[in-house]
Design a protein around this ligand. Structure first.
Ligand code: CU
Length: 164
């Protein structure tokens, strides 16, 4: 016997007709897209940023720096005791400052990610541990987390409706 199916007029009908496993898969995929699809351009306007970094045995101060992708970054490396260097992993740029002197290093932070910077001059026993971290990022994680949160709320609502 042929049953004529009523055209679905509201979301409730559409959602109820969806296989729960299929909709779960759909949401997982949407979540992955939101989390990992690269955005074409950094949302922040590039700026010129200067950091004064004190170098002494065996630490940089500050040792953790955060810039936005595209920024023109200048490090003023100030050695306060012995000769120290600073080399940024991934960017292959470096500077070396004599005691009491300042060395300047400028580069464009065009690659996103976390990069170690390290001393290039053997300045003493703990020299290998003289490292810092430069984070070149955008604000995309904020947008991505908002997207994921929205998806999670939708997913919860749908699964509740399907159980009802
Ligand atoms: Cu050193």
């Amino acid at each position: 016997m042929w049953m004529q199916r009523m055209p679905s007029t509201d979301h409730q009908t559409f959602l109820n007709s969806m296989n729960p496993r299929f909709s779960l898969l759909l949401f997982l995929m949407a979540g992955l897209v939101v989390a990992f699809v690269p955005l074409p351009a950094p949302p922040a306007t590039p700026q010129a940023r200067t950091f004064e970094i004190d170098a002494r045995q065996y630490a940089y101060s500050p040792s953790e720096l955060q810039v936005n992708q595209g920024d023109t970054v200048t490090f003023k490396l100030i050695s306060t005791d012995v000769v120290h260097g600073l080399y940024v992993d991934g960017y292959n740029v470096s500077a070396e400052a004599d005691p009491g002197q300042t060395a300047t290093l400028t580069f464009t932070a065009d690659k996103p990610g976390s990069f170690r910077f390290r001393c290039t001059v053997t300045c003493g026993a703990m020299h290998p541990f003289m490292i810092g971290k430069l984070t070149v990022g955008t604000n995309t994680w904020l947008f991505r987390s908002i997207g994921l949160l929205t998806l999670a709320i939708f997913g919860t609502v749908i699964s509740i409706k399907q159980k009802a």
